[in-house]
Design a binder for this molecule. Structure first.
Ligand code: NAD
Length: 363
């Protein structure tokens, strides 16, 4: 697993607010351990984002930090927000830092695995046999679609009525690039993609179906492709989730289906995510940000009760997607699963995960 000459990987760590710094501390411990063991050569730098950045600089993220994010090989993000900043102006609110990162780094592909750790199968709303061993990934288009399309307005019609408009817009290139992310991912897994849209009632669904099919025929004929209408996909997710491998969908359906899939695992608060951008033609590197699905949990911040699993698994995704370190990423996942099986749930988890990784690496 260890290579003689490891290239240095530059990580920008953005712990954020609430439990963000607590769970990030555990990732730092993991990074330190990997560096010491020769399993990686990571150089890290910390910066402020979210409410803490607002307190220091009056903005949720500074231009200097954006520059560091552009220069880094990957950004590892904790969580932002909390009641302390509820009064802050909309443009400077803690979440604005994350939105700016997504927008300016062009992070168009959101990857959300739904992995059911055996130790948590009983926590799912579905029967154990339906979810135990579940391992699926939702690839959600993140920068286009109905959340951003124009016109977007509420108009007073003057007769006691108002009219609200949201616009769903997709261009061919946006569908092509997200389809490629899904097909590439499937090739590293069980080689199957399910594309989900509403071509029966939406023009964007018609184009989505057509473009995904074209990309498949031209570039990925070796990957199995099926199309499912979005509502049928939602239904199948709760009926028989193990039929899926990679599901690719637009921003809106992806938002919903990824939460449904996450809930199946019984561990919404323990799941990681990745947001990927284009491959930079100059550096050949893909912009990427990794973060837990959960928020800053102000209710437990500072109490030593934050569970670091989602944050550590997010770093595991960075190993897999940014650094092609699949074996080491598998090690992180196996160590998490094993620590969970021992009944550990909170901060004691990270020491157990590092110890378990050492045991597995030596085996
Ligand atoms: P949350 O995920 O922070 O917390 C929901 C519940 O889950 C809380 O009871 C919390 O204690 C628990 N929880 C979450 N993560 C946990 C962990 N790692 N270990 C143990 N328990 C954990 O969601 P919320 O309460 O809706 O939001 C709190 C703040 O976080 C808000 O300001 C919200 O805007 C922000 N938020 C930020 C992000 C992000 O940074 N990407 C995402 C969601 C929410």
């Amino acid at each position: 697993m260890t290579t003689q000459k490891l290239a240095a990987r530059r990580l920008l760590l953005l712990p954020g607010d609430g439990i963000g710094p607590e769970v990030m501390a555990e990732v730092k411990r993991l990074i330190e351990w990997m560096n010491q063991r020769g399993l990686g050569r990571f150089e890290t730098e910390d910066a402020l984002v979210g409410g803490c950045c607002y307190d220091a600089h009056g903005v949720a993220i500074t231009d200097a930090t954006m520059e560091k994010a552009r220069a880094a090989d990957a950004v590892i993000f904790g969580a932002v927000g909390g009641p302390k900043w509820d009064h802050v102006a909309y443009e400077a609110r803690p979440e604005a830092g994350l939105l700016r990162l997504r927008k300016e780094l062009g992070l168009f592909a959101n990857i959300r695995p739904a992995l059911c750790y055996p130790a948590l199968a009983e926590s799912s709303s579905l029967r154990r046999e339906l979810v135990e061993g579940l391992d699926i990934v939702i690839v959600r288009e993140l920068t286009g679609g109905i959340y951003f399309g124009e016109p977007k307005s509420i108009t007073d019609l003057g007769n006691g009525q108002k009219r609200a408009i949201d616009t769903q817009v997709y261009d061919t290139y946006e569908i092509e690039r997200i389809a490629r992310v899904a097909f590439d991912l499937a090739r590293t897994r069980r080689n199957k993609v399910t594309s989900s849209e509403k071509r029966n009632v939406m023009k964007t669904g018609v184009l989505w179906h057509e473009v995904v099919g074209d990309v498949h025929r031209r570039e990925y004929p070796d990957v199995a492709l099926e199309h499912q209408l979005a509502e049928a996909c939602g239904m199948q997710l709760v009926r028989w989730p193990k039929q899926f491998d990679v599901i690719v969908c637009d921003n809106l359906f992806g938002d919903m289906l990824s939460d449904v899939a996450a809930m199946l695992t019984g561990s919404l608060g323990m799941l990681p995510s990745a947001s990927l951008g284009e491959i930079d033609p100059r550096t050949k590197k893909r912009r990427a940000l990794y973060e837990p699905v959960h928020g800053s949990a102000p209710d437990i911040a500072g109490k030593g009760r934050a569970n670091p699993i989602a944050m550590m698994a997010s770093f595991g995704m960075a190993l897999r997607y940014s650094f092609a370190m699949a074996k080491e990423a598998d090690l992180v996942d196996a160590a998490i699963s094993s620590a969970l099986a021992k009944g550990l749930r909170t901060a004691e988890m990270s020491a157990a995960i590092v110890a378990e990784m050492a045991r597995l690496a030596a085996a």
